[in-house]
Ligand binder design. Sequence first.
Ligand SMILES: *Cc1c(COP(=O)(O)O)cnc(C)c1O
Length: 431
Amino acid sequence: MKFRSTRGGAAEADIGQALEAGLAPDGGLYVPAGLPRFEPAAFRPEISLPELATSILAPFFEDSALAERLDAICRDALDLPLPLEAIGDDAPAWMLELFHGPTAAFKDFAARFLARCLGSLRSGMAERTVLVATSGDTGAAVAAAFHRQPGFRVVILYPEGRVSGRQAHQLGAFGDNVRAFRVQGSFDDCQRLAKQALGDPQIAKRHGLTSANSISIGRLLPQISYYALASVRLRADAPLDVVVPTGNLGNALGCILARDMGFPIRRVFLATNANRTLPEYFAGADYQGRAGLRTLANAMDVGDPSNFERLAWFYRETDPRAAGIHAESIDDDAIRACIRREYEQSGRIVCPHTACALELLSRLRANGHDRPTLVAATAHPAKFETVIEPIIGRSIPLPPALETLLQRPSHAAPLAPDLDALAQALAATGR
Ligand SMILES: *Cc1c(COP(=O)(O)O)cnc(C)c1O
């Protein structure tokens, strides 16, 4: 299959070229020329995620150098635990736990998939530098995915003092081919810096820079597979409604595409934090990107979701607002209340992002919604202990992968938020 730019001004590319480029040359995002359709009944309910992903992603990889490696990539990257738990509720509901990978957030699936794809594409000896701006989870997932992968180094930029203590420790704890920089600025400064460096031909070429942020089509495609899998496993009596904690709209777009590829999903509900860009748009306003607000669900502090451009492209002939997609904003007070209620009523400890989705579900139920519903749980609560522990009054046990990482020494160098400083740092963090 060919990939095009959302802005229509770039040559068609195959998946390998789209992955290597990250952003299309006209500044748009790569999108597949079409979507394959599947018959869900053709898949056994007990099928594994790697197996299902290999089948449904194959059309996107056709006619590319990666096609014959897809099976191995999926087996290596996507073989992570994926519990699907029924949650006590008046009507049938399940939680899809996407946080059992090495860095305990759903981004592990896509970051590992992208890393294995780029590793398979690598030709010659030139080293690539994966430059990633992060508000916490992306940087860790990308670092873990490329850690000790020959031919790659990872440079992480995070805003000093704006990520949790555990997140900061995690980002600096990989070592080897991973370097973390604590930027004296905001997440927007980090993102601007990364974009400037990637867009500077001299710097980009000298260090073989590439991006692993959610603009990469390699992050989006694998996220289709776990929603398809959940729908196949559950074989619910009616198509599922799905609630997805949403920031840059990458994870939720995976769910929307799974539906549009034929899997039994009906409505998709986007649960945002106090950032209201998407809820206002889906309520009928014009799309209005803006600066992100800081909230308790900090991995979703996004005011101008990067994947909105892809969503608008997929529904360019109709309207995203006529596509069974709904969005609701959950503020910090409601997040706290939901974390407390979940713990008191069922003993369940949920991260602030997952709490947004559960709160949205509970509002739906209060309004008489009784469809079978799937809730995506995006991070392990132990990553956000400073938010959750004061609310529930107890400590949260660490998952083993996180514990190992947190016991390692951690180092991050300070960095001024300007391109010269980054260029110097890139040159100094030797090869
Ligand atoms: C990144 C992230 C989100 C938001 O996902 P998007 O794909 O950006 O919408 C939600 N929850 C957690 C825990 C995250 O790390």
